[in-house]
Design a protein around this ligand. Structure first.
Ligand SMILES: [Zn+2]
Length: 502
């Protein structure tokens, strides 16, 4: 079942490609409801709950998106597709009076194993490491090795702490806006079973959910059992289909009374094809609301987080560098920056080729600049870039994209040191012997740091990794002027004066 998944790895790099398609035969990996959830659902008095809950207030819940990819890859979904996916999710949850906002900007997890976890135990380590408290944690990765479109954890089950328990795991291949998988998995996250639970194994058996909704059938017919088996909802039709089925081809299957099943293909929690499943039933919505109704509810901890008040974003980010129409932009060492926009807390940046428009960059950044030095841009080529400002409350709104033109030149930087516009910064300078110097560079590469006195005698040498930013000066250096030389792995150098104070 894993064959078609790998091809989706390239989707993020190609905006002309078809969006990631749900695999018709791929499964949801969420199993049957744990006993505690089953009991809770059977005790839920839907009529009373609905009567008590007459408020029209929407419950806003924070969702944290994690985008997992291998070190050499990229998330196999474009951010635009992700936004539309969440816009569809909010439309589907609107009748249940539940809506999602962003806990913060999407987070990237770069890890080879977690980019296609071989089993749930391995993925559990990721969830344990990254889950945030008081939010719905949603991980997007490749579940091809497990042959799954997605899975989620029912309340009070799965990894994570008491107020970060469980998660929804999504396969990129089933994550486009046309897929029902995200709403389906969050249905599980908010207590909903599959409608075929307990029925699909033996649809004509005595414990399977029966088609009839009559509680007082005449013998030998058996009466309705929808409250105590199946998904415990009586307003979802009995469903025997635990494999993907097409909306209209409802295979002829019969229950213990000889009644034919007519499962409801519009139910998001069913395994019907994506083209037909779109809704939650009234009782399913009641159960989801009850799951987050109060602090003592199964996922009441989600109410502990206050939705941030944000100002509406009413202006565009203006490009600063490269200027509109700029030419001779260094293809492998380009800096993009733009004006800050009131109300924005993060920015969606896209860079694409102007002809045969391939996205070479599609990312979220917190500040107002982005450095591109990963050789994704060709020389002497027309490109376009755009910046879309967002905040926690409007990430799911699809906004018009304003593209800005620029052109790359043929001059390519071969190291941090060859780019005239970009340097390294050492501070403090002046410094004192024995103090710690911070070395910031635009390109994070490993460096050897040498310090010489003005006679050319080497007084210090230390290798720092790409991630390291600090060196501590020897305490025995006398005051005066020194030269600090940084050398990269290919022997290229950059030298700067540093003054040591007494
Ligand atoms: Zn499922």
């Amino acid at each position: 079942m894993k064959t078609a998944f790998l091809s989706s790895c390239f989707a993020a790099l190609c905006i002309l490609c078809a969006p990631a398609q749900a695999q018709l035969l791929a499964d949801c990996g969420t199993g049957d409801t744990p006993p505690l959830v089953s009991e809770w659902l059977q005790k839920l008095d839907h009529a009373k709950w609905s009567a008590d809950n007459t408020s029209n207030d929407t419950t806003w819940l924070a969702a944290q998106i994690f985008l997992v990819h291998a070190p050499t890859g990229a998330p196999a979904i474009t951010l635009d597709s992700l936004k539309r996916t969440f816009a569809v999710l909010n439309r589907r949850f609107a009748p249940a009076k539940i809506q999602f906002y962003q806990a913060g900007m999407p987070r990237y997890i770069v890890n080879q194993i977690w980019s296609n976890p071989p089993d749930k135990q391995i993925a559990t380590l990721m969830i344990d490491s990254f889950n945030l408290t008081r939010v719905v944690n949603i991980y997007f990765t490749n579940l091809g090795s497990q042959g799954l479109c997605g899975y989620a954890y029912y309340p009070n089950s799965g990894p994570g702490g008491p107020i970060s328990r469980g998660a929804a795991m999504m396969s990129y291949s089933c994550s486009g806006p046309e897929s029902g998988t995200l709403a389906h998995e969050l249905g599980h996250f908010f207590s909903l079973p599959h409608p075929f639970q307990g029925t699909s194994g033996n649809p004509a058996g005595p414990t399977a959910e029966r088609v009839t909704r009559n509680a007082n059938e005449t013998a030998p017919r058996l009466s309705a059992n929808c409250q105590t088996t199946g998904d415990f909802f009586c307003d979802t039709k009995a469903d025997p289909y635990s494999a993907r089925w097409q909306c209209l081809s409802n295979p002829a299957t019969f229950d213990i009374n000889g009644d034919r099943f007519f499962a409801d293909s519009s139910l998001i929690m069913s395994y019907a094809a994506n083209t037909c499943r779109d809704i939650f039933s009234e009782q399913q919505m009641t159960a989801m609301q009850a799951t987050v109704a109060s602090g003592s509810a199964p996922r009441g901890y989600l109410l502990l987080r206050q939705r941030p008040i944000t100002n509406e974003i009413s202006s565009e980010a203006a490009p600063i560098t490269p200027a509109i129409g700029a030419t001779d932009v260094q293809p492998n060492f380009a800096h993009f920056n733009w004006t800050a926009v009131p109300g924005a807390t993060f920015y969606h940046v896209r860079i694409k080729r102007a002809i045969l428009p391939t996205l070479v960059k599609d990312t979220i950044v917190a500040g107002t600049f982005l450095s591109v030095y990963d050789n994704k841009m060709n020389i002497n080529t027309d490109f376009q870039w755009s910046v879309t400002p967002h905040n926690e409350n409007d990430f799911f709104i699809v906004k018009p994209i304003v593209w800005h033109n620029f052109r790359t030149g043929s001059r390519t930087a071969t190291s941090v040191f060859e780019n005239q516009n970009n340097d390294f910064i050492i501070y403090p300078n002046p410094a004192q012997a024995g103090s710690t110097l911070t070395i910031l560079r635009d390109v994070e590469v490993a460096l050897t740091v040498f310090i010489y006195d003005l006679q050319g005698k080497q007084v210090f040498r230390q290798v720092i990794t790409a991630a390291e930013k600090m060196v501590t000066l020897p305490a025995n250096l006398t005051a005066g002027t020194y030269l600090i030389r940084l050398q990269d792995s290919q022997g290229r150098n950059k030298t700067q004066k540093i003054l040591l104070m007494p």
